[in-house]
Design a protein around this ligand. Structure first.
Ligand code: PLP
Length: 409
């Protein structure tokens, strides 16, 4: 008799975005003609930049000619893209990463979801709360979570990120083997400083833990003192893997290209104490389960690093950050405690008068016709908070800000 993988039955329903969509649709159906502004979804609205489109068209032509056609590419990505990544994202910042430490993929989502496979099913997992839900769910699927009781999984170590600690995760009191850090964080928009990251790196090296560092929003960092990569921190190559994506950096959410950096210095022991290079194991995993990113897409990603590509994508991100500033200003003037938005496309606000996240969602939808995301959907410590994104158009973001300014909360 075939039996199901019962770990999957342990997953909690992905209720958040479905419920947001359900309540929004019901409101629209009952109020035809009212304009509802969505500041809820974490997807970009601006198209691919011309430098990327041109490069992809050229690559498309190459694929249509016998002498330049390409079939399966390297599992770990073409050298031209890995070289461009190393040059622009690392060496330009004084970080020494080798091309053979870069693995190109179809998304940071797949990478952060898959990477846990390399570690023991007994590994203890620590993660920020609130945070991108994929880290938790994939570890539940892998059987590392224990049972769900009183709103938490028994074996997961939650690191609350709240107003009280400046939305920065504190070191765990218990033993943790795998730590997911997301900076700038989705949903709080908080970015870790060099000092905070150094504390984590030192702790991980001391405790032989591995940090899985998601910097999908690194391109939004504007504060020059903040690190863009964990590898700017001494000692990180011995304890960390980094995940990056072209999704939010260059509008690739539908085009799909990302990469992860697995330093050769990162070694993890087996049960008998023998060390293994994580880089070699990840290569083994990718070559078995993944057949690479399309050539056309990788040429598009390479063009993000051309002088035109860098300039054009920077302008788009500046536009999103302007939207975030508009929201932050309106919210603060309206008396809200509002955070994030300066080095991230997310604004995170404390709900007024002790309202819970869903009550505030309903108020925003019913009274202001603005859709955001209830903070409680990102973890227990997100209760009483609300996320607004900077990805809508400047016009609609302005309109949303005016509605906030005109309302008494
Ligand atoms: N990591 C974080 C923190 C995210 O918020 C997202 C997408 O919203 C991803 C990863 C997924 O990125 P990708 O589009 O590269 O799969």
């Amino acid at each position: 008799m075939t039996q199901i993988n019962e770990n999957y039955l342990n997953l909690q329903g992905s209720y958040l975005f479905a419920e947001v969509a359900r309540r929004t649709a019901a409101y629209k159906a009952a109020h035809a003609g009212q304009e509802v502004i969505s500041l809820g979804i974490g997807d970009v609205s601006r198209p691919l930049v011309p430098a990327v489109v041109d490069a992809m068209k050229q690559a498309c032509d190459e694929m249509g000619r016998a002498d330049t056609f390409r079939g399966y590419g390297p599992y770990e990505g073409y050298d031209f893209l890995r070289q461009a990544i190393v040059e622009h994202d690392y060496r330009a910042r004084g970080v020494n990463i080798g091309e053979d430490e870069i693995f190109v993929s179809d998304g940071a989502k797949s990478d952060v979801a898959n990477f846990q496979e390399l570690f023991s099913s007994q590994a203890r997992v620590a993660l920020q709360d609130p945070v991108y839900p994929v880290y938790l769910d994939t570890n539940v699927m892998a059987g590392r979570s224990g049972l769900y009781k009183n709103g938490e999984f028994e074996r997961i170590i939650y690191l609350p990120c709240t107003q009280e600690n400046g939305f920065a995760p504190q070191l765990p009191q218990q033993t943790a083997d795998l730590v997911y850090l997301c900076s700038p964080n989705n949903p709080t928009g908080a970015a870790l400083t060099k000092e905070q990251l150094q504390t984590w790196v030192d702790w991980a090296n001391e405790h032989h833990a591995v940090i899985l560092y998601d910097s999908a929003y690194e391109a939004f960092i504007r504060d020059e003192n903040l690190p863009h990569s964990i590898f700017e921190i001494p000692g990180a190559q011995k304890c960390a893997v980094e995940f990056r994506s072209f999704s939010k950096t260059a509008g690739f959410t539908g085009t799909r290209c990302a990469y992860c950096v697995v330093p050769k210095a990162l070694k993890v022991k087996d049960g008998s104490g023998t060390e293994h290079a994580v880089n070699a194991l990840w290569m083994r995993r990718q070559s078995t389960k993944f057949n690479g990113v399309p050539y056309i897409v990788q040429r598009g990603a390479e063009a993000v690093f051309s002088p035109q590509g860098l300039e054009q994508t920077r302008q788009i991100i500046d536009g999103y950050l302007d939207n975030a500033r508009v929201m932050l200003t309106a919210l603060r003037r309206a008396g809200f405690a509002a955070y994030g938005g300066e080095n991230a496309p997310y604004v995170w606000l404390k709900t007024p008068r002790g309202m819970d996240s869903w009550e505030f969602f309903d108020l925003m939808l019913n009274k202001l016709q603005i859709v955001g995301t209830p903070g409680s959907g990102f973890g227990r410590a997100g209760e009483g908070y609300f996320r607004l994104t900077a990805f809508n158009t400047p016009q609609l973001t302005q309109q949303a800000a005016q509605r906030i300014a005109a309302f008494t909360f």
